[in-house]
Design a binder for this molecule. Structure first.
Ligand SMILES: *[C@@H]1O[C@H](CO)[C@@H](O)[C@H](O)[C@H]1NC(C)=O
Ligand SMILES: *[C@@H]1O[C@H](CO)[C@@H](O)[C@H](O)[C@H]1NC(C)=O
Ligand SMILES: *[C@@H]1O[C@H](CO)[C@@H](O)[C@H](O)[C@H]1NC(C)=O
Ligand SMILES: *[C@@H]1O[C@H](CO)[C@@H](O)[C@H](O)[C@H]1NC(C)=O
Ligand SMILES: *[C@@H]1O[C@H](CO)[C@@H](O)[C@H](O)[C@H]1NC(C)=O
Ligand SMILES: *[C@@H]1O[C@H](CO)[C@@H](O)[C@H](O)[C@H]1NC(C)=O
Ligand SMILES: *[C@@H]1O[C@H](CO)[C@@H](O)[C@H](O)[C@H]1NC(C)=O
Length: 300
């Protein structure tokens, strides 16, 4: 049985976005003004981000069949670029010299696993199912709260219940399509799963291809507010590691689900650091961030 329908994407944030002109192969949830761009020009801009965030997450050795073993080296990463010219949009005739601030979120496998699924056969034969759920509508939070990947925006009970709800919903060989499970009551109004959907990851995306992209409203190139907003934003992301029908196990444990919060709080050298971002940053108690902060100020 061929199960490479992993390309199927549900795009609640961009209705009717199946086969988006700029993103014809799917595999990426395209939100906001990112629909104005095609994948090529988007990636060229996001390859040189103004700010990034990079969280280590729990992952597995997917080069051997499920259940395999947990390994280090998996990362959830967010790239933010503050000045994507509107002349690089798909309809450049409308360009007025404004820019967009773009955000890409992706899962990156440990280096030795990045090419695991670069062959169609490997995708057709794997017993793994990997899903990545980006929660786009969590309330804005003090970005220092995301500094070690914990989601302090949510109570620990909410995190536990949310992970359990996803493990139950996508248990066994259940593909990760469709509507997410309803929000656990312990989460109060910290998140609302009503207006997002679940992405089953095209397995060849583990090398670091975008899972989720979004862009701001157009703004003047000198206006740093959109970049401030994008770097202040905290993205709760669920990763789900389970098995598919080829695993041929009928009563196996639930998938492993982890909630991690990522934020593009590391400003890249060469980027003008907006003051507000600088102070947010320097307020951090994490040594690595303090170092980054010093570097940033040295460059300013
Ligand atoms: C993210 O940024 C890094 C540089 O920090 C770049 O190497 C990588 O290609 C970018 N990835 C995406 C998906 O934008
Ligand atoms: C994320 O961090 C890890 C560990 O430092 C590094 O190996 C990896 O290249 C980083 N990913 C990106 C896209 O910067
Ligand atoms: C973009 O340009 C086209 C023609 O080049 C025009 O018909 C359309 O209304 C413009 N759209 C916007 C949003 O300005
Ligand atoms: C962010 O949170 C830290 C630690 O909880 C706190 O010290 C700081 O004042 C907060 N910053 C803002 C802007 O709320
Ligand atoms: C991560 O943050 C939480 C909440 O601020 C804290 O309790 C925990 O000790 C931190 N973990 C690490 C490894 O820094
Ligand atoms: C799946 O498992 C059943 C029962 O153990 C076995 O009869 C069947 O041949 C297996 N199928 C595959 C494709 O391995
Ligand atoms: C973003 O980074 C580019 C270099 O990659 C730089 O030219 C630009 O000024 C930066 N933008 C901001 C708003 O810092």
């Amino acid at each position: 049985m061929k199960q490479s329908s992993y390309w199927l994407v549900l795009l609640p944030l961009a209705p009717g976005a199946h086969g988006l002109p700029g993103w014809p192969m799917g595999g990426t949830i395209v939100a906001g003004n990112a629909v104005q761009f095609d994948r090529g020009s988007w990636e060229a801009n996001l390859a040189h981000p103004n700010a990034t965030g990079n969280n280590s997450i729990t992952g597995f050795d997917v080069s051997t069949p499920w259940p395999s073993t947990q390994i280090d080296g998996w990362h959830l990463v967010v790239n933010v670029t503050g000045d994507i010219p509107d002349s690089e949009a798909m309809n450049p005739s409308n360009a007025t010299g404004k820019t967009f601030t773009g955000t890409s979120i992706f899962l990156q496998a440990p280096e030795n696993l990045r090419t695991t699924f670069s062959y169609e056969n490997a995708i057709d034969e794997t017993t793994w199912k990997i899903c990545v759920v980006v929660i786009p509508n969590a309330p804005q939070e003090n970005a220092t709260a995301a500094e070690n990947g914990t989601c302090s925006i949510m109570s620990s009970q909410c995190v536990t219940d949310l992970q359990q709800a996803y493990a139950d919903k996508f248990a066994r060989n259940q593909d990760c399509y469709g509507t997410p499970p309803s929000t656990p009551s312990s989460c109060g109004n910290a998140i609302n799963t009503g207006n997002f959907n679940v992405q089953q990851l095209p397995l060849d995306s583990i090398s670091g291809k975008e899972v989720f992209v979004t862009a701001s409203e157009p703004h003047s190139p000198s206006d740093g507010k959109a970049l401030d907003d994008a770097t202040a934003k905290v993205w709760p992301v669920l990763t789900i590691w389970g098995w598919n029908g080829r695993a041929n196990v009928s009563d196996a444990p639930s998938p492993t689900v982890q909630l991690s919060c990522i934020s593009a709080r590391e400003v890249e050298p060469g980027s003008g650091t907006p003051d507000s971002a600088g102070s947010r940053y320097c307020g951090s108690a994490v040594a690595a961030l303090v170092v980054a902060c010093v570097v940033t100020y040295a460059l300013v």
